[in-house]
Design a binder for this molecule. Structure first.
Ligand code: ATP
Length: 874
C-alpha cells in the first residue's frame, strides 16, 4: 500500500498571485498551440465542384458548347455555379456550427492561485503555476510534481507505453507532460512549460475534437447516390445508343440522356444530410447536449436503454449533512448547501465540537480527510472540491470545530470508486500521528476493531456492528447517502488501514433533480428502459429510485453481479433491475450483456475508469461539469448540465432528425421518380423531349434542394416520444416508403406527361413550359405528404414549419420568374403560360394535396379506434 501514499516536499505551497500569473502570461503567452487550420472558404467552395455529378455537368456543358447550344451552355454553367454557392453556404454553416462545438470542449485546470484552489481555463496557465492533478485529468502543461498521492500517469499518448507510470516528487519520475493523462491518484505540480514550449506539442488535436467521421447515414446515402448515379449513366448511354440506332438527332439524344441521368440522381442529398445533422447538433447544444460525433445524433434516436449513474445525474449533487449518528447519540443538523449558517443539535439543544468529544472527532475527520474547502465570496459561500467532502467540511464549520493547519496531512491514500474510502495520516496535536478515514460505511467498518462512545472507545463486537448497520440501513432507506468515519493511532509513517476506531455515520441528503421524474416518464413512454447503476448503497439507490418514479426493481450489488454467469445476468436484464455498490468495471459487463440482447445502449460515466464502458456503449455519455477529461474523450455525447433529463431530450432530438432525414430522402426520390417516369414513357412513345436538361437541373438543384433543407428543419412530431425506438437497421426508405415514392412518381410523371401531350398540338415550347411548371408545382405540393410520415397535416399544424412555407414561396416565385422573366426564359427555353394552363395545373395538383391527407386521416382515426398509436412502420 506504500505506493499509494502521499509523498511531498513539505513546502507550504500557495501558488502564484493573480498579478504574477498575468505578468508571466505577458512573457510566455497563452498555454495553447497554434490551431490546426480549418478549411478556408475558398477550399470549401472549390470542394463543391469535385463531385461526380458536377464533373458530368461540366462535360455536358462543354459538349453543349461544341454543338453550338450556347444558351444551354450558359444555363448549365449557371446551375453549376448556383449549386456551388448553395453547397458552399450550407457546408460553411455546418463547418461553423461544428467549429463552435469544438471550442466548447476547451479544457480546464485546477490551480492554486493566491493561496486557494481555482478552476481556470487551461489556456490561462503559466510557468510557475501550481496545478492540482486528479485522476482522469489530461495534464494541461509540462510540470514537475511537488506532492503526490498514489499518482500514476498514462503516458501512452506520448510514448506509446500503455502501462501507467508511477510519479513522485524528486528525481526523474517527477516530470509530467502535457497531453498525458492521470490514471490514478492526485498531485500538486509546478508548471514548467506551456503551449508550444511543452515537450508534447499536440494538445489541440487531443482535447476532445468533434469527430468529422462520416456517419452511417451519410455512408448509406452516399452509397445510394452513387448507385443511382451509375444506373443513370447506364440508362442514359443505352438511350443514347438506341436513339442513334433509330436515326434520331445526336444533339437531342445526347441532351435526353443527360437529362435522364440528371433526373435520376438526387443531387441535393449528401449536402442536405450533412447540414441537417450539423444544424441538429447545434440545436442539441441549445438543449445542453453536446454531440462530439455527428454519429451520436443519429444513433441517439434509436437508443433503447439508458444506463445512468445516480449521483449528480439523477440527483442534484448538492450534498448537505442532515444527521450524524454515533453509538450513543443521534444529532440533527440544520441549514442547506455549503453555507455554514446551520447548527448541530442533540436532544433539541445546540451542540458543537467544544461540548462533545465524539462529535469533535467526527468533525475533525470530515475536515481533515478531504480535498474540499469553503470560501466566502461576497455574501455567499463557495465550495471547491467533491460535494460529498464539501458537505462534511460544512458540517465541521457548523459544529465550530478547529480547522486543521494547512500542512497537517503527511500522507494520503486517495479515494477511488473501487476502494470506496479515503485515508490520511496527520500530525496530531499531541505530537504523534494518527490515521483518519472516511468512506462507504461497510468499507470503513471492516477496518475497525473499536467503536467510540461518550465514555471512550469500546471494543466493536457483534452487537455494536449490528447497531451500526441498522442505523446505516435506516438512514439509507430514507434516501440519504451515508458516510462512515473512523480514526486510529498511526504506526510509524505509513497509513495502516486497520485496527481503527469507528466514530460514527454522517447522513447526507442529495435531492433528486426535479426535472428527472418527468424525463423518466417520457423515456418509459417512448419505450426506453432506464437502468440505474450507482456506486452508492443499495438502500439509498432504492429510495432515490422510488422518489424518481422508477418501477420497483430487483437490486443487484456489484459483488452479486460478479458472482453471476453471463446467462444469469442476461436473464436479470430482461426484467426491471437496479445496480448498486458497483465498481466502474461492472458497467462494461452490463453494456456487453445488453448489446448481446440487441439493445442500443446509452451509458453515462464520469470517472477515469468509466472510459472503456463509454467507448463500448452505442452512445457514451459523459458529464460536462463533473466529468473527467478521459471520460469526455471517450464519449459521444457530453451533457453540459450533467442532467439525466438532457439525455432524454437529446434522444427526442435524435428521433426528430432521423425522421426528418427519412422525410426529405423520400421527398427527393419521389420528385426524381416523377421526372424519370415522364421522360422514360415519353421516349418510349417517341414524343419530343418533355423536359430539357437545364429544366431538370433547375427542378432538382434549385427548387427541390431548398425545399428539402426546409423539410429537414421540420419540428418533432407531437407523438415522437410515444412509440418504441426504431431498430438500428431500419431502412431509410423501406417498402412502404418505396410504395409512396412510386405512387407519387407515377401520378406526377403521368399527369405532367398528359399535360405535355395535351398541349403539344399547338406549340411545343408552350407544352414543355406547362409540363415543366406542372412538375415543379407538383413537387412543391407533394412536400406536404412528407411533413410527417404518418400524421395528417392538420394534426401537426399547417404553420409549424415556417422555413418550409418560406421555401415554398421562394421556389414558386422562382418558377413564376422562370416562366415570365425574359432572361430566365432564354436560359430555360420557356414561354409565358396563360390562365387556362395554370387552371389545368391547379386541377391536377389537387389529388397530390388531398389523397395523402385523406389516407393519413383515415389511418389516424383507425389507429385511434384500436387504441393504438399511428406508428410509422414504413
Ligand atoms: P454514482 O455511481 O451514482 O455516481 P457514487 O458517487 O455514490 O454514485 P462512487 O463515486 O463510486 O459512486 O462512490 C461510492 C461510495 O464511496 C459512495 O456511496 C460513498 O459512500 C463513498 N464515497 C464517495 N465519495 C467519497 C469520498 N470523497 N471519500 C470517501 N468516500 C467517498
Amino acid at each position: 500500500m506504500a505506493d499509494t501514499e502521499q509523498q511531498g516536499s513539505g513546502l507550504a505551497l500557495t501558488g502564484l498571485t493573480q498579478q504574477e500569473a498575468e505578468a508571466a502570461r505577458r512573457t510566455y503567452g497563452w498555454n495553447e498551440l497554434p490551431r490546426a487550420k480549418r478549411a478556408g472558404p475558398l477550399r470549401v467552395f472549390l470542394r463543391q465542384f469535385s463531385n461526380f455529378l458536377v464533373v458530368i455537368l461540366i462535360v455536358a456543358g462543354i459538349i453543349a458548347f461544341t454543338l453550338g447550344e450556347y444558351a444551354d451552355t450558359l444555363a448549365i454553367g449557371l446551375v453549376i455555379a448556383l449549386n456551388g454557392v448553395l453547397g458552399f453556404v450550407q457546408e460553411w454553416r455546418a463547418e461553423t456550427a461544428l467549429e463552435s462545438l469544438r471550442s466548447m470542449l476547451s479544457p480546464q485546470a485546477l490551480v492554486l492561485r493566491d493561496g486557494r484552489e481555482r478552476l481556470i481555463a487551461a489556456r490561462e496557465l503559466v510557468p510557475g503555476d501550481l496545478v492540482i492533478l486528479e485522476a482522469g485529468a489530461r495534464i494541461p502543461a509540462d510540470a514537475i510534481v511537488q506532492e503526490a498521492a498514489g499518482l500514476r500517469v498514462d503516458e501512452s499518448a506520448l510514448t506509446g507505453e500503455s502501462v501507467p507510470i508511477d510519479k513522485a516528487p524528486g528525481a526523474e519520475a517527477a516530470e509530467v507532460h502535457a497531453g498525458t493523462v492521470v490514471a490514478a491518484g492526485r498531485a500538486l505540480a509546478e508548471v514548467t512549460a506551456t503551449g508550444a514550449q511543452t515537450s508534447f506539442g499536440k494538445i489541440a488535436s487531443l482535447t476532445g475534437s468533434v469527430g468529422l467521421k462520416k456517419t452511417n447515414l451519410q455512408v448509406q446515402l452516399g452509397r445510394l447516390a452513387r448507385q443511382l448515379g451509375f444506373a443513370a449513366l447506364a440508362i442514359a448511354s443505352a438511350i443514347l445508343a438506341l436513339g442513334l440506332y433509330m436515326g434520331r438527332d445526336v444533339a437531342e439524344m445526347f441532351m435526353t440522356g443527360l437529362s435522364l441521368s440528371v433526373a435520376m440522381v438526387p443531387e441535393g442529398l449528401p449536402a442536405v444530410v450533412t447540414i441537417t445533422l450539423a444544424l441538429g447538433a447545434a440545436a442539441m447544444v441549445r438543449q445542453q447536449a453536446l454531440a462530439r460525433r455527428l454519429q451520436a445524433v443519429e444513433t441517439l434516436g434509436a437508443a433503447s436503454v439508458i444506463c445512468t449513474d445516480k449521483t449528480g445525474t439523477l440527483t442534484e449533487n448538492k450534498m448537505t449533512v442532515t444527521q450524524v449518528w454515533t453509538l450513543d447519540r443521534v444529532y440533527q443538523v440544520t441549514g442547506t448547501g455549503y453555507d455554514p449558517a446551520g447548527h448541530i443539535a442533540y436532544d433539541g439543544a445546540v451542540t458543537g465540537a467544544k461540548e462533545d468529544a465524539v462529535l469533535a472527532a467526527i468533525l475533525e475527520a470530515g475536515l481533515t480527510c478531504t480535498h474540499a474547502s469553503l470560501h466566502r465570496e461576497g455574501d455567499h459561500w463557495e465550495m471547491t472540491g467533491a460535494p460529498t467532502e464539501g458537505a462534511l467540511v460544512t458540517l465541521g464549520y457548523k459544529g465550530w470545530a478547529d480547522l486543521p493547519p494547512p500542512d497537517s496531512v503527511l500522507a494520503e491514500i486517495p479515494f477511488s470508486s473501487e476502494r470506496k474510502r479515503m485515508s490520511v495520516l496527520v500530525r496530531s496535536r499531541s505530537g504523534g500521528a494518527k490515521v483518519l478515514t472516511k468512506g462507504a460505511p461497510e468499507q470503513v467498518l471492516r477496518i475497525c476493531s473499536q467503536v467510540m462512545t461518550q465514555d471512550g472507545p469500546r471494543s466493536l463486537g457483534a452487537g455494536e456492528a449490528a447497531a451500526i448497520t441498522a442505523a446505516y440501513e435506516a438512514m439509507a432507506g430514507e434516501g440519504l447517502r451515508v458516510i462512515g468515519l473512523a480514526a486510529g493511532a498511526a504506526r510509524g509513517e505509513v497509513i495502516a488501514e486497520e485496527d481503527l476506531t469507528f466514530l460514527g455515520l454522517a447522513g447526507l441528503i442529495d435531492p433528486p433533480r426535479p426535472e428527472v421524474r418527468p424525463a423518466i416518464d417520457a423515456a418509459r413512454s417512448a419505450g426506453i428502459r432506464v437502468i440505474m447503476i450507482t456506486g452508492d448503497s443499495p438502500l439509498t439507490a432504492q429510495a432515490i429510485a422510488g422518489q424518481l418514479g422508477l418501477p420497483p426493481a430487483r437490486t443487484v450489488t456489484g459483488d452479486e453481479l460478479e458472482a453471476l454467469e453471463d446467462a444469469g445476468l442476461s436473464q436479470l436484464l430482461q426484467g426491471e433491475v437496479l445496480f448498486a455498490r458497483t465498481r466502474p468495471a461492472h458497467k462494461m459487463r452490463i453494456v456487453s450483456a445488453l448489446q448481446a440482447q440487441h439493445q442500443i445502449v446509452a451509458m453515462t460515466g464520469d470517472g477515469v475508469n468509466d472510459a472503456p464502458a463509454l467507448k463500448k456503449a452505442d452512445i457514451g455519455v459523459s458529464m460536462g461539469v463533473r466529468g473527467t477529461d478521459v471520460a469526455k474523450d471517450a464519449s459521444d455525447l457530453v451533457l453540459l448540465d450533467d442532467n439525466f433529463a438532457t439525455i432524454v431530450r437529446a434522444i427526442g432530438e435524435g428521433r426528430r432528425q432521423f425522421g426528418n432525414v427519412r422525410k426529405f430522402v423520400r421527398y427527393l426520390l419521389s420528385s426524381n421518380a416523377g421526372e424519370v417516369i415522364a421522360l422514360l414513357i415519353n421516349i418510349l412513345i417517341g414524343g419530343p423531349l418533355i423536359f430539357l436538361a437545364t429544366q431538370i437541373l433547375w427542378m432538382n438543384l434549385v427548387t427541390d434542394g431548398v425545399t428539402a433543407v426546409a423539410l429537414g428543419l421540420e419540428k418533432g412530431e407531437p407523438d415522437q416520444m410515444e412509440h418504441p425506438p426504431r431498430r438500428k437497421d431500419t431502412p431509410i426508405v423501406g417498402k412502404a416508403g418505396l410504395l409512396t415514392i412510386l405512387a407519387l412518381g407515377l401520378y406526377t410523371g403521368l399527369a405532367s406527361l398528359w399535360l405535355f401531350l395535351h398541349l403539344l398540338d399547338g406549340n411545343e415550347d408552350l407544352a414543355r413550359t406547362a409540363a415543366f411548371t406542372a412538375m415543379v408545382i407538383f413537387e412543391k405540393a407533394s412536400v406536404f405528404a412528407f411533413r410527417s410520415l404518418h400524421l395528417p397535416c392538420w394534426r401537426i399544424g399547417f404553420f409549424t414549419n415556417p422555413f418550409l412555407l418560406a421555401a415554398l414561396t421562394v421556389t414558386i416565385g422562382a418558377q413564376v420568374a422562370a416562366v415570365y422573366w425574359p432572361p430566365l426564359q432564354a436560359l430555360l427555353h420557356t414561354v409565358p403560360l396563360q390562365g387556362d394552363q395554370w387552371m389545368l395545373i391547379g386541377l391536377l395538383v389537387l389529388p397530390i394535396l388531398l389523397v395523402p391527407e385523406i389516407l393519413k386521416t383515415l389511418r389516424y382515426f383507425a389507429s385511434r379506434r384500436q387504441g393504438g398509436r399511428a406508428v410509422a412502420q414504413a
